[in-house]
Each structure stands twice: as C-alpha cells, then as structure tokens.
Write a protein that binds this ligand. Structure first.
Ligand code: HEC
Length: 148
C-alpha cells in the first residue's frame, strides 16, 4: 500500500512536469506567433502598398513586440530543453548551453524595439523600424531556432 502510494505520487509528479513543459512551449509559440502575425503579415502588407498605412495596427504590433521581449526570458526554462516537437520550429538546445548569449540577444531585441518604435509613425518610418526589429528577430532565430 505504502509502495503504491509512492508510485502514484511519482507518476503525478512526472505528469505535472510534462504538462508544465508543454505549457511553456505552447506559451512561447503563441507569443512568437503574435509577433509573427504583425511582423511577417500586417506590416509587410503596408510596406508593399497592399494595405493602407494604419497607425493603430502599427502601434498594436509594437505593443506585441515589446510584450514578447518582456516574456521571452521566462519562457525558456532548462526543463523545456527536450520538449517534444509541436510545430515546424523548435528551440535549439544551444540556448541552454549559451544562456548568457541567449539573454543578451533578448536584451538587444528589446533595445531594437525601443529604438524602432518612435520611428514608426509614417510609412517611410515604418520601413526603417521594421528593418531594425528584423535584426533582433533574425539574430536570435539564426542562432537558436531550428527549422524541421
Ligand atoms: C531571443 C530569441 C528570439 C527572438 C528575439 C525572437 N524569436 Fe521567434 N523564435 C525563437 C525560438 C527559439 C523559436 C522556436 C520555437 C520555440 O522556442 O519553441 C522561435 C519561433 C518563432 C516562430 C515560429 C513559432 C511556431 O509556430 O513554431 C515565429 C513565427 C517567430 N519566432 C517570430 C518571431 C518574430 C516575428 C520575432 C521578432 C519580432 C521573434 N520571433 C523574435 C526565438 C526568438
């Protein structure tokens, strides 16, 4: 009986760990997709002249980027290193081998958003702002995102 209780307790702990791991991966993917919706979708459509310049959408995009910069550091715990693959992209194990560099990239990304945001008040300004933010997304993806 005692042994059974111990097994049940151990299984519960394991199940909780798996759920926590899956949640954090789902959460960071949803943060990334929210940025991606603007960065790869709404903003390029304006830049290509396929949609009119819309300041409210631009502001919402920068709010999403700034929000992601705040959340990313807490969304990559060591426990999520070997999380099962759930989409075409996953986090490289190098993140946890070079945690200081990863964190430096998040900080640089945050700074690029702050520098870009005040420029994003016109179509011309948005061009420059979009390029600045791109450098932040790409420098992290190039090192730490794996495409399957
Ligand atoms: C500091 C690192 C970092 C920064 C900055 C970053 N990303 Fe990511 N991104 C990742 C990693 C790592 C993944 C792989 C998925 C994961 O982490 O589980 C990813 C995945 C994604 C995905 C795919 C999500 C999926 O469906 O699997 C999109 C879209 C994305 N990022 C967009 C962006 C955009 C747009 C920016 C900039 C505005 C950005 N990311 C900035 C690290 C970063």
């Amino acid at each position: 009986m005692f042994r059974l209780a111990a097994v049940v307790a151990a299984v519960t702990v394991m199940a909780t760990a798996v759920v926590a791991q899956t949640d954090v991966v789902a959460e960071r993917k949803s943060v990334m997709r929210e940025s991606g919706k603007y960065f790869y979708g709404a903003l390029p459509r304006m830049l290509r002249g396929e949609a009119p310049y819309d300041q409210a959408t631009v502001d919402a995009a920068f709010t999403a980027f700034a929000d992601s910069a705040k959340k990313i550091p807490g969304l990559y715990p060591e426990s999520s290193k070997n999380a099962p693959r759930t989409s075409d992209y996953s986090a490289s194990p190098k993140i946890w081998e070079n945690k200081a560099d990863f964190e430096a990239k998040v900080a640089a990304y945050g700074k690029s958003i702050e520098a870009a945001r005040p420029k994003a008040t016109s179509l011309d300004g948005l061009k420059e702002a979009h390029a600045l933010v791109r450098a932040g997304c790409d420098s992290c993806h190039d090192s730490y995102r794996v495409r399957h």
